[in-house]
Design a protein around this ligand. Sequence first.
Ligand code: MN
Length: 373
Amino acid sequence: MRTRRLFLKEAAAVSAALATGGTAFASPSTAGDAPSTAPGYKRIATEEAWAPAELLTTYRKLAAEKSFDDPGFIAMWSRLGSRPELLARLADIGERRIADMDATGIDMQILSLTSPGVQIFDAATANSLATTTNDQVAEAVRKYPSRFTALAAAAPQDPKAAVKEIERAIHKLGMKGVIINSHTRGEFLDDPKFWEIFEAVEALKVPIYLHPQTPPPAMIGPYVERGLEGALWGFEAETGLHGLAILRSGALDRFPGLQLVLGHGGEALPFWLFRLDYMNRSARPNLRNGATKLNKKPSEYMKENFYVTTSGMAWAPVITFLQSVMGVDRVLYAMDYPYEFEGSEVTATDNVHMSHTDKKKLFQTNAEKVFGL
Ligand code: MN
C-alpha cells in the first residue's frame, strides 16, 4: 500500500514540474530528413508509450529511494528521471503528441502504458492503476479517434482481476489489445497460474503486446553491472527469453488462437529460428500444459502465433529479413515514441525496398487486421 500512497501524494507535484518544462518541444533529432506526406498508405505506429505524470513521478520516487528490490527498475528510472522532456512527452496524450506525430508523418499511434506499467506494484494497487490508466487513455482516444487507439493495461499479479479489467477495456472502452510489460515481479506468463489471461484474450480475439522491461532481479546482475539493463541489451534479452518461455510452455497448444506481438524485430527470436528448431529437439522441455511434447516446431509457433514490429529497428536488412522469415503479413511498423523519436527513421523505413503492397501491409493494413482497427 505504500506505493499507492506515494502515487496519490505526488500527483500535484509532478503536474507542477511538467508545467515548468513542458512547452518547448525539440524537433526530432533529424527533422531535416522529414518523411513524405502522401506515401500512399497510412502510417500506424504500434508500440507507442505513454504514462500519466503522477505514475512517472512514482517511478522516479521509488528509484530514488532504492526501497524497491528491483535493480533494473532503479537503474532505469534513475536515468530517465533526468530527462524532463522525455517524461513530458510520455505524459502527453493530446495536442503535443499529435504535433510530434504530424512532424514525423505518423497518422495513428497505438498507445500503451509504458514499461513497467502496473506490474511492479502489489496486486490491489496494480489493478486499481490499470483501471485508472485505461480510463485515462480511453478518454484521449475518444477525443482523437482518428489519431489514437490503445491497448489495455492489466495486472497479472491477480489473474482474475486482470481478466475482468481486460474484458471491460475491450468491450466498454473499445481497446484493441493488451499490453504486458514482460515480467511481473520476476514471473513470466509461461506459468499456468496466468493462463486464464491467455484464455480470455484468445476468446476476445485480441493480441497481447509483450513489451520489454528491465531483467528481473534473478537475471539482472551481469547486465546492471555493465550498464546493459535497459534498451541497449537487457530489454531484448529479457523479453526474448519471456517470448521463448511462453512458446516452449505448451500454452500455444492449449490456446492455438492466441496472438502475441513482440517489438524490436521480435526481440531477436526470428534471427535464431533455425537454431531454435534444431536445438529444441534435444533441449530439456519447459512444458507446463500437461502434454509430453510440443505440437509444433518453434519456427511454426513464431509464424502462427507471433507478430513482430519494427520498433527501434529502422534498418533495411532487418526489416527485409523479418518479412522473409516471418512472412509479410506478420511484420508491423512501430516507432517506439517517445523513447525513439526520429523522423529520419520513418523515412528510412519508407525507403526499404519492397512492393507498394507489402509496404502498405507493413505500415497500415497488418496493424488494422491484427488490432481490428
Ligand atoms: Mn517500447
